[in-house]
Design a protein around this ligand. Structure first.
Ligand code: FAD
Length: 410
């Protein structure tokens, strides 16, 4: 069937890259983006970083400039929730009763914050979750020097909020149920260095404790923790991950299992319907299983793959994971998978917080982490899966790109 119209549900990173790639690859049919939020497509990463800190304005968040929208002839309908999809006719039912039928439908619906029992979204002006522009504006209004903030969940978003709040002079406590912040993501040793970074910036890190209950009083919240202590705070941010927004797919009978299940190029179990970005559980040949990834780089890459698939080009992209985070004045980057690593090699100065760390398994590079050394991560990304000599990796006189090119050292 020749495709003359594509409807994309969602207006985030995955959606906009899919739309732009369709045009770049020569598609001249109608492209419609439907987003339930009232804002034009915007970037989420700054919401916990420079936008929350007040150093980036609304305009700088835009994902598409008016010129790009016009040049690419993309129709963007904000404030338009898609309520249902008829999977056989690919007809979308929109809020208000309107319908829209397209030759191809892309579900780029992202995710929503996982709720902590007792802290329902919207239950109190003192309880915050951070996923949307509106969430960030609400939270930013509460960041006042001297006020007390608890962050529940020591993942990247929670820690970015903690760092930003310290910048405003708040008294910040991070409550992490796991043994150490970030440990599942980075492994114990690097997670420990990240914990040091926060402690040395004045964050009170409480690991291995959960929140048992909360009392909302007139002067603040009282959080009762599992170790018997009580935290008195003005505000709490819950950052314990997201749930993929799969409700449309579930109702349409698509295969869903921790995300909308798709093949290597984003095709769902229903012909003509695709899924991409945080919501998609994509089959990865490299991993040998379905993976759901919550990073901008994944949303961008897979958006491009899905656009090509719609146009009949099968070009899977199984590139290694890569993500960044900004905390205090530091830029953090990571690539690969650290699980199973048996050795960690450092390059640069851990004391000055300007280093990279290479995770090896049986001498093979599986992952790399860096603080303020993004260039090392770019090089490492090309080196993953190959054997390297640990002394050479740590030798600052050797150029990593050259090492990567000259290669494989037994
Ligand atoms: P989203 O950006 O979530 O977009 C999905 C959109 O679909 C939403 O606007 C939603 O409202 C809409 N939608 C859902 N259901 C419907 C419906 N039925 N009808 C209409 N619209 C609907 N990643 C990094 O790599 N680095 C970072 O530093 C980083 N920082 C982050 C900081 C924050 C605060 C947050 C929240 C995320 C961060 N991320 C970061 C993750 C990154 O933003 C996500 O991976 C990315 O936004 C995923 O894009 P997406 O297009 O899949 O989904």
């Amino acid at each position: 069937m020749s495709i003359t119209s594509v409807a994309i549900v969602g207006t985030g990173h995955a959606s906009t890259v899919t739309a732009r790639t369709l045009r770049r690859r020569g598609f001249d049919g109608a492209i419609t983006l439907l987003g339930e939020e009232s804002h034009a497509p915007y970037q989420r990463p700054p919401l916990s970083k420079e936008f929350l800190a007040g150093t980036a304005d609304d305009a700088s968040l835009a994902l598409l400039t008016p010129k790009v929208i016009a040049d690419n002839d993309i129709t963007i309908r904000t404030g338009t929730r898609v309520e249902a999809i008829d999977p056989t006719t690919r007809t979308l039912s929109l809020v208000g009763g309107e319908t829209l039928t397209a030759d191809a439908v892309v579900l780029a619906t992202g995710g929503r914050p996982r709720e902590l029992p007792g802290f329902a979204v919207g239950s109190s002006p003192r309880v915050h979750y951070l996923r949307t522009f509106d969430d960030a504006v609400r939270l930013r209004d509460r960041l006042r020097a001297g006020s007390r903030l608890a962050v529940v969940g020591g993942g990247f978003i929670g820690l970015e909020i903690a760092a930003t709040a310290r910048g405003f002079g708040l008294d910040v406590t991070v409550v992490e149920a796991g043994r150490q912040i970030l440990e599942p993501r980075l492994g114990a040793q690097i997670a420990g260095l990240c914990a040091d970074l926060h402690r040395s910036n004045g964050v009170d890190l409480r690991c291995g404790v959960g929140v048992e209950s909360v009392a909302d009083g007139s002067s603040g919240l009282q959080l009762s923790l599992s170790d018997g202590t009580v935290l008195d705070v003005d505000d709490v941010v819950i950052g314990i991950g997201i749930e993929p927004s799969t409700e449309l797919a579930v109702a349409a009978g698509l295969h869903v299992d921790n995300g909308i299940v798709v093949d290597t190029v984003g095709r769902t179990s229903q012909p003509g319907i695709y899924a991409v970005g945080d919501v998609a559980a994509r089959y990865s040949e490299a991993a040998g299983r379905h993976v759901r990834v919550e990073h901008v780089d994944n949303a961008n890459r897979q958006g491009s793959v899905v656009a090509r698939a719609i146009l009949g080009e099968e070009k899977p992209d199984d590139s290694a994971h890569w993500f960044w985070s900004d905390q205090y004045e530091f830029n953090i980057q990571f690539t690969g998978h650290h699980q199973g690593a048996d050795d960690l090699v450092f390059r640069g100065s851990v004391d000055d917080r300007e280093f990279s760390a290479f995770y090896l398994r049986d001498g093979h590079l599986t992952a790399a982490f860096a603080i303020d050394r993004g260039e090392d991560i770019m090089a490492a990304r090309e080196m993953l899966g190959r054997p390297f000599d640990r002394a050479m990796l740590s030798d600052e006189d050797l150029d990593l790109w050259e090492l990567g090119e000259e290669g494989v050292l037994a």
